[in-house]
Design a protein around this ligand. Structure first.
Ligand SMILES: Nc1nc2c(ncn2[C@@H]2O[C@H](COP(=O)(O)OP(=O)(O)O)[C@@H](O)[C@H]2O)c(=O)[nH]1
Ligand SMILES: [Mg+2]
Length: 300
């Protein structure tokens, strides 16, 4: 079983996998549509995205004269897949040093995702450095340092409570001096002190673009998949503070709310680069629309 498939087992077992059972051998009637709608809402697609799927599916059923449950299920799969797309390559090549800023609320999985990303990039031959820009908690700095050691990439850090922008400044200088070509910056995510966070992110951004033109080159927002629709509201808040360029969805292994990924595409219109499917260093995969949708349905 692929990591995608095993990781998404909760969403599959709770919702999408029930579709064939739900459709049974009945005709497609109003009740069928209500059932599909309820299932999509429960899988956390959200109201606007559910409505879009239902509308498109109804149009297709009419146009193609679909009457069997099997064909309806196939059409649903295809409609869902059409909401998604492959992420473009990240804008982290073609210059001496590229900077990736990682943002998101506390506990969303930023530091873990940084470790996973650093490991991937490192293995593909890039020279990665990490910056401990979450200076709010001592534990956050230590956590990044531990991951850095495990993955084998240097971590630039300062004392807890120090200025994150200064850490980023130091890290940029260090990366240039040592010939690292990717700097990944960890940040704090205290949404309840919205104003401070906004200032902090703006300052980090200003410092990095002063040293490297156009930096940061990617700003990835980490969203906790277990929070379902709430993650979309968080995303809106972060976009008011910083120009988010892409998304990492974490913890899809621990939730039945995997349907929120469709809402991210439909409502945020941002690329999903990676999804986290576990706590281990290899438990993050490049997003693939086909693998994702196929993993939500039972094999038949
Ligand atoms: N099951 C699971 N746990 C994850 C995933 N990503 C992160 N975590 C866990 O979520 C918790 C918070 O992660 P952390 O990276 O410290 O979040 P941060 O506060 O945003 O930096 C940790 O216990 C991680 O091991 C994932 O994809 N799946
Ligand atoms: Mg952290």
């Amino acid at each position: 079983m692929s990591i995608f498939r095993s990781g998404l087992s909760k969403t599959r077992q709770s919702f999408f996998g029930r579709i064939s059972q739900l459709l049974g051998n009945t005709n497609i009637d109003d009740e069928t549509w209500d059932d599909i709608e309820a299932l999509l809402i429960q899988a956390d697609l959200g109201v606007p995205t559910t409505q879009r799927v239902i509308d498109e599916l109804k149009t297709r059923v009419k146009r193609e004269g679909i009457s069997s449950p099997e064909k309806l299920q196939k059409a649903l799969k295809e409609t869902l897949a059409s909401l998604l797309s492959f992420p473009p390559p990240m804008n982290i090549s073609g210059r001496p040093l590229s900077i990736i800023l990682i943002v998101g609320v506390n506990g969303s999985g930023k530091t873990t995702s940084i470790a996973k990303l650093a490991n991937r990039l490192n293995r593909s031959g890039r020279k990665v450095m990490l910056a401990a820009g979450d200076t709010f908690r001592a534990a956050a700095i230590e956590q990044l340092q531990t991951w850095g050691q495990r993955v084998g990439v240097p971590v630039i850090a300062n004392k807890p409570g120090s200025d994150p922008a200064a850490v980023v400044y130091d890290a940029t200088a260090a990366a240039n001096a040592r010939g690292n070509d990717i700097l990944i910056v960890d940040t704090a995510g205290r949404l309840h002190t919205n104003f401070n966070l906004m200032e902090e992110l703006a300052k980090i951004k200003a410092v990095s673009s002063r040293v490297i033109p156009d930096a940061p080159h990617e700003v990835l927002l980490v969203l906790d998949g277990t929070t379902g629709q709430n993650a979309l509201q968080q995303a809106q808040k972060f976009r008011e503070m910083v120009d988010v360029t892409g998304i990492i969805v974490t913890k899809l292994d621990g939730t039945a709310k995997g349907g929120m990924v469709f809402a991210i595409f439909n409502e945020l219109k941002l690329p999903v680069h990676y999804v986290g499917l576990g706590e281990g260093i290899d438990d993050m995969v490049l997003f693939s629309p086909e693998n994702f949708v196929n993993s939500l349905f039972d094999e038949n």
